[in-house]
Every structure is written in structure tokens, then in C-alpha cells.
Design a protein around this ligand. Sequence first.
Ligand code: SF4
Length: 347
Amino acid sequence: MNARVLLLFSGGLDSLLAARLLKETGSEVEAIHFITPFTGSMDKLEGEGYLGEWGIPVRRVKVSFAEFRPLLETPPHGFGRALNACIDCKILFMCKAKQILLAEGFDAIASGEVLGERPMSQNRQSLDIIEREAGLQGLLLRPLSAQLLPETEVEKKELVDRSKLMAIEGRGRKPQLALAERWGITDFATPAGGCLLTEPQYSNKLGDLLDRPGEATDETVGLLKTGRHFRYPGGPKLIVGRNQEENERLLAFAEDIGDVLWNMLRVEVRGPGSPIGLVFAGTSDHEDERSVLRVLRVLRWAAGIVARYSDARAEQQVEVTWWGEEGTEQVVTVKPATDEELEAWRL
Ligand code: SF4
């Protein structure tokens, strides 16, 4: 009898090798790929083709911003270099995988984690914490390091032959690259899978949004990858498109946003080439924010930045058009912002 194993799959080499190792043991494997606002993809992943060749189906599970948010605010096991709370993130993924294990009768969860490969989330203590706090004692198999870790239930029951698993440890990648060569694996994602939470600049923007009551939503978090972001000191935020595609995304956002954000201004220089600028504030502190947005200097601030990125940036004075909640069009004349000013406000 063989084990039915649910494998967490990022698209990276380690999870590919774990998949192949499990197949070598004769296990029936299904891969699960988690998609959060910060990592994962609905599109076919690098390396996913190998799973198809090996007869391993992939299912995708979305994790919403609301589910992820507590990990960004008070992660019990702390952050890495940026807003990546990797231990708690893995516990969350494992908890979700466990629900599927229980509902669908899998024998074990597996991952491509390697003992000692990442200082924060893959040392022995962290691996134990993840297993214990996800309630997966004895059910979490790490095929690449299995021989260095306690036997799991599927090994004890001889559903998975422990002798076919590996004893890889540490940050060097030689053993993994040798296995990749043996199995002809050349196409795979980079380590950490391009998780945005590991990027300090992205984390700064996200942290700013989280600090503003009512501003962080699935939609506004989704916009963090779009445009240049500026914060009026203690007040609203401005996003300025960097190209046509981003301008269109901002316009679509402004049309779709409905009641998610209570107050928004669109800013643009008519005539010369101009980015779209969106100024918005969150849903709470309603009256405070409304009064702030009413203050002409906020509007002039946003208009000055948009003028700076327009083709009229060399002019002393630029006419900037803005549209408020009712869609009425108005014009304000401003001096384009200086580079020093931009840097002071940039997120
Ligand atoms: S790198 Fe990102 S997706 Fe991976 S465990 Fe850390 S926070 Fe989660």
C-alpha cells in the first residue's frame, strides 16, 4: 500500500525535488500551491510542467489579505528581513493543508523544506514549531531532510520507504543541484518564489498602508505593485502611474472601487503627456480625512507631483485638472514638485 501525500508546491527546486522523491517511493502525490496577495500565481509556474510529466496534479488555493493580515501586524514568531513572517506564514499554509488532509483522507503533508537551509524558518526549532502549531505532529514529511528528522507516521507504517528519502542539510545547494541533474530538472523558480514580503521597499509601502485605518484592503494591497506611491504627511496617499498600462489600471481601480474607499480624487495634466494620479484616504477617521482632502494644499501637493511627472515638468506653472467624488472637473495651477520634495514624500 502506498501513501497519499499532499505536497506544498512553490515552483522552486526544493518542492520539485520533494515531489520527485515522493514519486520514487511510489506515493500518490497531489501538489497544492497557495496564492496570497504577495506570492503565488494563477499562471503556470516554472517547473510545473515536470509535475504533469510525473502524473502529479496541482490545485491552487487562495489566501485572502484578510486571512493574512494578522501575520503582518503581530506575527507570533516575528519577521524576517522585511515583512516576511515566514514561520507564521508556513503555519497558516500547513493549517490549510491539514484541513484538506482531514477532509480528503490524505496520509501526510509534505514540503520541500531543508533542515538548516534558511536561518529563520528552516532551523530545527522552526521546523518543529511549524509542525506542532499546525497540529501536524507525525504527519508532516520533509523528504529532502527526512533521515535527519524523527520518523513520521507514513514512514513508521512503511507507507513511505524512509531509506529512499534524503538527509540533506544546510545552505549549500550542491545535493539539490545533483538531484536536479539526475532527474533532468532545469526549469524552476528562484528560492523564496519571488515573495513580495521579502522586499524591503514593498514592505515599506505595505507597512504604511497597514498603519492607516481603513486603507488596507485586497484592492489597495493589490495596487502596491502599481505606480509611484507618495504619502502626504499624516494624510492621504497619492499613486502616480508610470506608464500607460499603469494609468489604465488606476483608472479602472477608480471606477471599480465603489464604497471600499470613501474619498478619492483623480489628478491629471490635460494636453501634454501626463500620468494619472489618484489621491485617496481610508474609510475610518471619516471626517478628519474628509477635511484634510478639502484642504487645498493637499490637492496642490498631489497636483505638483503629477505635474512633475508630466511632459510639462519644465514649466514654472502647470495647470492640473482634478475630478472629485461627483466627477466635476476643476483646474488648479501649481509649480511642479522638486526632486527633493518627491524624495521626502515617496514611500
Ligand atoms: S517567503 Fe513569503 S510566502 Fe514564503 S514563507 Fe516567507 S512570507 Fe510566506
